[in-house]
Design a binder for this molecule. Sequence first.
Ligand SMILES: [Zn+2]
Length: 186
Amino acid sequence: EAVLRAHGVYNVAIRPCSGNLTDHYDPRDNSISLSENVYNSTSIAAVGVAAHEAGHAVQYAENYGPVRLRTAIIPATQIGSKFSFILLLVGMVLYSQSLFFVGILLFSLTTIFQLITLPVEFNASHRALQTLENEQLLYDDELPGARKVLKAAALTYVAALLMSALQLLRYVLIFVGRNNRGRRDN
Ligand SMILES: [Zn+2]
C-alpha cells in the first residue's frame, strides 16, 4: 500500500485471494489481488511480491509504454494462441506450407507477448525495490532478500520466453526443411 501512496496512486483496491502464487494486478477493476500467503504475511518475500504488484498498478496509473503495448496486443495474442496449434497441426497433416506458415505467425504473437512482458515485469520489480528502499519499508539488511525474491520471479518470465522462442525456432526449422524437401521433389 505504501508503494502505491508513494507514487500518488490512491484508488487501487487490495484484496486477498485464494491459492498460491496467484498474486496479480487486474487493470479492469484496478485492484491488486494477493494470495493469502502474501496478504497475511509481513515476511520479506511477501512484502516484495506485494510491492511488485503495486508496481504494476503504478505502471497502469502512469500509462507506462510497454504496459500499454502489452495490453494492446493481448486480444491478438489470445487469438494467436487459440488457433496457432490447430493451423500448425492441419498444415503438418495436409502438408500445406501456407497453413503452417500462418500457424507460425500466430504462434510468434505469443513469443512477442512474452518478450514485451519482460520489461513490464522488470520495471515493476525495479519500482518495488526503489520504493521499499526509499520509503524504508524494509530494513537495509532485508533489501537483498527482497531483491532475490523478485529476481527469481523475473527469471521465470525469462524462462517462459526462452521456451516459447525455442518452440518458435523449431516450427520455423520444420517449415524451412519442408520447403527445401518440396523443392527437391519438384
Ligand atoms: Zn508482475
